[in-house]
Design a binder for this molecule. Structure first.
Ligand SMILES: Nc1nc2c(c(=O)[nH]1)N[C@H]1C(S)=C(S)[C@@H](COP(=O)(O)OP(=O)(O)OC[C@H]3O[C@@H](n4cnc5c(=O)[nH]c(N)nc54)[C@H](O)[C@@H]3O)O[C@H]1N2
Ligand SMILES: Nc1nc2c(c(=O)[nH]1)N[C@H]1C(S)=C(S)[C@@H](COP(=O)(O)OP(=O)(O)OC[C@H]3O[C@@H](n4cnc5c(=O)[nH]c(N)nc54)[C@H](O)[C@@H]3O)O[C@H]1N2
Ligand SMILES: [Mo]
Length: 780
């Protein structure tokens, strides 16, 4: 049957239909078949036509006048001068040439972390890597802010995160078999709105409703209540101190082992190292039994509840879910390792609906019924530079070139960076301790940024080149295990002189004699066809027949025909662990890892242990007034993207990011709902709008990420952020020496009512822009 002819586009928030009036594209509407479409993407239509779009190439005044390295302390403070494209491209190419000649490609940082946009060809991060590889390479970053600790840990003990994510039980399997679903960190549909590449079928909320209807009991260990999107009344909330999940899981395991209810046959056949963990749980190492009473003191969860739940988990088909947030914390490896340990003790791994998951909720992928096939991806080329950093160590790298750092069993040296080239990410959104980052940002001689909008990242650069958005260029939309492949067609003209990242990089490559290496002689349109054909060739042996490119482009979409057979996580391993070993050193689940033990890290030994986070409510000497700040993912946007859209703005309080605070904590501080409050600690301070709510437990405040950084003196470290960016408060240290992952969730703050004159939010204004001839300010 032919798919209905309709015009679609794809964003990380989902697939949307283009609405036309008398032939003219006038807006977006939700995709007809999507059971739970995301409102975030609907807001992009207006947002991408906002005056905040970068219109013309712009260069920071001192850099333009005096050259690279001129007055870096003025980044963010002084005006930009708008220049002609040819001039801007000459400056970019000339500076790349200078740095390569003087210092080599090891002085160029092109990690350029970030989500970019959904289309698979115009993917800014792949584009910038491809350009830099074509001219001799760059210092890259490894892992992600999302999964810093888990990505490094999991291959040692069970399997790489990508493989685990793709093999979660289908939601229908969960519905048929799972009788007890215990989640640490909820299953928030707000997060599964977002999937890299865009979902055509948002499944989490409907799936949880079906699970509830099937009688599955759901328990949520979490500092906040409203992050498990099952129908009202169907979830048992267990408030728990942030960052203490490991202790709760160890107690559940300890109670089972002590009662002799651990699955010895499973542990013997499928795992290594259980004995070592049993010693740890039963206190044979340190005299401390890690039982429910012990955990109660750490987590605040009643011992009786833990004891009963341990028995319940063993008595029925049960499943342990761990949100990604748990590992975005100090010692973030431990809750993931403890979850694998607990699930092994229960012995249900590989049975339908049993075991552990990592996780339902953070993206739509987990539990998908759709077939997996390789979609179109732009090859990035080979990087001749070997130096790298774990992604969240960027400020350390800039501040401490030449210093050694540990990572995954090796010592490495921070390279000395002269030039940063960034496209498709926003470090002044995503990095921890932004005041520290602002100081580190003064080190390089040159910072080049392609941006769509005048956000803090663009304002902190030396050269800003205006990039198009998905609505302004042809592309292909694909997300793994989603039903639709989308022919995304340009429906809006680019604003001002904005160009596609591909066009910009082609022009830079041409100036550096690398055009053919970068383009391989293809126009953007030819690349779309080429990437599509490659994807079709890879899908064919998997039994998936994509139509010819022209037919696909004409139809506008391709629906994956055959739903995959229901997936049962780790089923093959359970059926025959000798024939289907894991890729761990032993081929089995490693509850004790000799390899990790061999690294000798005091902050990540060879088995799951409770180690105090560097900041948490139970720390010795923590003042009684301290609150634990959770900076979770925003429900009205993706990170900082579209923070200026009407939808995101409609959620703000007094124009600022909402901070949820428990009524008792608010009362003690004289704070009422809607007040402007100040959050602060030794690292920074910001304003936010108070949302007094018992959806957070006492002692905890929650403020989502994504509010554009808005310091009172723009670009100046240590001035008050007026808007509510939690990263002025978070601490910039790695989860451990193993992963060096982002540890944003380990953060204590003070909160007070803000007295005095409340400064207006100015984040959503462009910087001062001057015309090239030096004529007066032209603030658009
Ligand atoms: N405190 C705290 N901090 C966190 C987290 C947390 O939980 N707590 N979460 C972390 C996580 S998991 C992540 S993944 C990061 C996310 O951090 P980022 O991925 O850096 O955040 P985005 O706001 O998505 O940044 C994407 C940028 O790319 C731009 N862009 C979009 N499309 C294009 C394009 O086609 N071309 C160009 N040139 N630019 C484009 C957008 O305008 C935007 O500025 O944040 C991390 N930071
Ligand atoms: N709408 C929207 N969706 C997104 C994103 C977005 O920006 N916007 N970002 C996407 C990205 S890049 C990623 S990586 C994923 C991230 O997925 P996650 O990391 O799982 O998402 P978070 O929202 O940070 O956290 C999930 C829940 O964990 C809770 N939590 C925090 N700390 C703790 C703790 O110590 N213990 C327990 N038990 N719970 C805790 C938080 O309150 C929150 O409700 O989300 C993706 N989805
Ligand atoms: Mo992420």
């Amino acid at each position: 049957m032919r798919a209905p002819h309709r015009e679609l586009t794809s964003a990380h928030w989902g697939v949307y239909e283009i609405e036309r009036h008398q032939g003219r594209a006038v807006g977006l509407r939700a995709l007809a078949q999507d059971p739970d479409p995301s409102p975030i993407g609907l807001a992009m239509w207006d947002a991408y036509q906002s005056p905040l779009r970068v219109q013309r190439p712009a260069v920071r005044r001192s850099w333009l006048r005096e050259g690279p390295g001129a007055r870096p302390e003025l980044r963010g403070k002084e005006p930009f001068v708008e220049v002609e494209w040819e001039h801007a491209l000459d400056l970019v190419a000339g500076e790349l040439r200078r740095v390569r000649g003087a210092r080599g490609n090891e002085a160029i940082f092109g990690g350029s972390y970030g989500w970019s946009s959904a289309g698979r060809f115009h993917h800014a991060q792949s584009q910038v890597h491809r350009l830099l590889n074509a001219i001799g390479g760059y210092v890259r970053s490894v892992d992600s802010y999302s999964l810093g600790a888990a990505r490094v840990l999991m291959p040692h003990i069970v399997a790489p995160m990508e493989e685990l994510m793709a093999m979660h039980h289908g939601w229908d399997v969960m519905q048929a078999h799972t009788r007890l679903l215990v989640s640490f960190g909820g299953i928030p549909a707000k997060n599964a709105q977002v999937t890299p590449g865009g979902s055509g079928e948002h499944r989490v909320r409907p799936a949880l409703a079906r699970l509830a209807a099937a009688g599955c009991r759901m328990v949520n260990f979490s500092p906040v209540r409203d992050n498990f999107d099952a129908p009202e009344g169907s979830v048992e909330w267990v408030p728990m101190r942030p960052n203490t999940d490991t202790a709760a899981m160890m107690a559940l395991a300890c109670e089972l082992v002590r009662a002799g209810r651990h699955d010895e046959a499973f542990l013997h056949r499928y795992c290594v190292g259980f004995e070592a963990w049993a010693d740890e749980l039963l206190g044979r190492n340190d005299g401390i039994v890690k039982d429910a009473d012990w955990a109660a003191g750490i987590t605040g969860v009643p011992a009786a509840l833990l004891r009963q739940l341990a028995a319940d988990l063993a008595n029925t088909r049960s499943f342990i879910n761990v949100a990604w947030s748990l590992q975005r914390a100090s010692h973030g490896e431990q809750p993931y390792w403890a979850a694998v340990g607990l699930a092994s003790v229960l012995g249900q791994i590989g049975l339908p609906g049993g075991g552990f998951g990592v996780a339902y909720g953070p993206a739509n992928l987990m539990g998908s019924p759709h077939a997996k096939y390789p979609g179109p991806t732009l090859p990035q080329g080979d990087n001749a530079v070997k130096a790298f950093i774990p992604v969240a160590r960027i400020a350390d790298m800039l501040l401490h070139p030449g210093d050694a750092f540990d990572y995954n069993g090796r010592r490495h040296i921070y390279p000395d960076i002269e030039l940063i080239y960034w496209a498709g990410g926003n470090p002044f959104h995503h990095h921890q301790d932004l005041n520290r980052l602002a100081r580190a940002w003064r080190k390089p001689a040159t910072i080049i940024v392609h941006e769509q909008v005048w956000n803090a990242h663009a304002k902190m650069a030396d050269i800003v080149l205006p990039a198009t958005s998905t609505l302004e260029r042809d592309d292909i939309g694909f997300a793994t295990r989603e039903p639709l492949l989308v022919a995304m067609k340009a429906v809006l003209p680019p604003p001002g002189q904005a160009r596609d990242d591909y066009d910009i990089f082609t022009s830079v490559a041409r100036r550096l004699g690398a055009e053919s290496a970068f383009t391989e002689g293809r126009s953007a349109a030819q690349w779309l066809r080429h990437l599509y054909d490659e994807s079709a060739a890879r899908a064919r042996p998997m039994g998936i027949e994509l139509p010819a490119f022209d037919a696909f482009w004409e139809t506008g979409e391709f629906r994956v025909p055959s739903p995959a057979a229901p997936v049962v996580m780790l089923e093959a391993f359970r059926a025959d662990p000798e024939a289907n070993p894991l890729k761990t050193p032993s081929g089995r689940i490693e509850i004790f890892s000799s390899r990790i033990a061999g690294f000798g890290y005091d902050d990540c030994p060879g088995l799951p242990v409770w180690r105090e986070p560097h900041e948490w409510l139970g720390a010795q000497g923590t003042p009684a007034t301290a609150l634990h700040l959770i900076s979770d993912q925003p429900h009205t946007k993706l990170h900082s993207q579209l923070d200026f859209s009407a939808y995101s703005l409609s959620n703000k309080i007094a124009g600022r990011e909402p901070v949820s605070i428990h009524p008792d904590d608010a009362r003690r501080r004289g704070i009422a709902d809607g007040d402007v409050v100040r959050l602060f600690n030794s690292r920074g301070a910001c304003l936010a709008g108070a949302r007094v709510s018992d959806s957070v437990m006492p002692g905890v405040v929650r403020m989502a990420t994504g509010a554009w950084w808005d310091p009172e003196v723009f670009g100046e470290p240590d001035t008050l952020d007026k808007h509510g960016n939690p990263n002025v408060l978070t601490r910039d240290v790695g989860a451990s020496r193993l992963s060096q992952g982002c540890a944003a969730q380990s953060c204590l703050v003070q909160v007070e009512l803000f007295g005095g004159n409340i400064p207006p939010v100015t984040a959503f204004g462009p910087p001062c822009l001057l015309a090239q001839d030096g004529a007066g300010a032209d603030s658009r």
